[in-house]
Design a protein around this ligand. Sequence first.
Ligand code: URA
Ligand code: SF4
Length: 204
Amino acid sequence: MKFVGAQEWVPSRGGLPSLETALPACRGCDLWEEAEQVVPGDGPAKARMMLVGEQPGDVEDKEGRVFVGPAGRLLDKALAEAGIARDDVYVTNAVKHFRFERRGKRRIHKTPAVSHIIACGPWLTRELQIVKPSLVVVLGSVAARSLLGTTFRVTQHRGEPVELPDGTAAVATVHPSSVVRSEEYRRDFGLFVDDLRAAAALLE
Ligand code: URA
Ligand code: SF4
């Protein structure tokens, strides 16, 4: 499926509040139809570090805020361990609406397609233009597809300094939900914290 994309809904002027105001009207792909609401990014407009996740989860879709569910709790814990204050970073997602499948009463996360990632890209591009982070932390393969292209492999390059196409410094790592689900939680949590520490070190 090819979508029109978000471009015509993205304001070309104004700061983060202009994005929050404009986001609910977006019809750039089909994900708005089933989701409860759009979930904007959150954090200071002057943040030096921007974290980019995948898409809102079940809890985020209900509450309208990024990373407030299980993955968000893990992210908070890992940031604290890495010495990064969550209030200092800007946190957002590659895709702004929750994609899921209904199984009975449950809503099961479904990975956004490349067409959704491309359609939603203009919102992320505009956030990057406004915040102008010194460093972007790419959380998982969907964010990597959006920011680093479809051939980039997070597992091969996690924790390494890389660059976005516009030259912004970046570090890719796994998505926090993969750590939540891990059978080797202690190891994988430690590796995730190591990557966040490597990212923080690049800011110094
Ligand atoms: N996973 C994400 O990638 N983003 C959220 O906001 C929540 C879970
Ligand atoms: Fe628009 Fe992104 Fe939502 Fe699709 S997922 S409707 S492009 S905000």
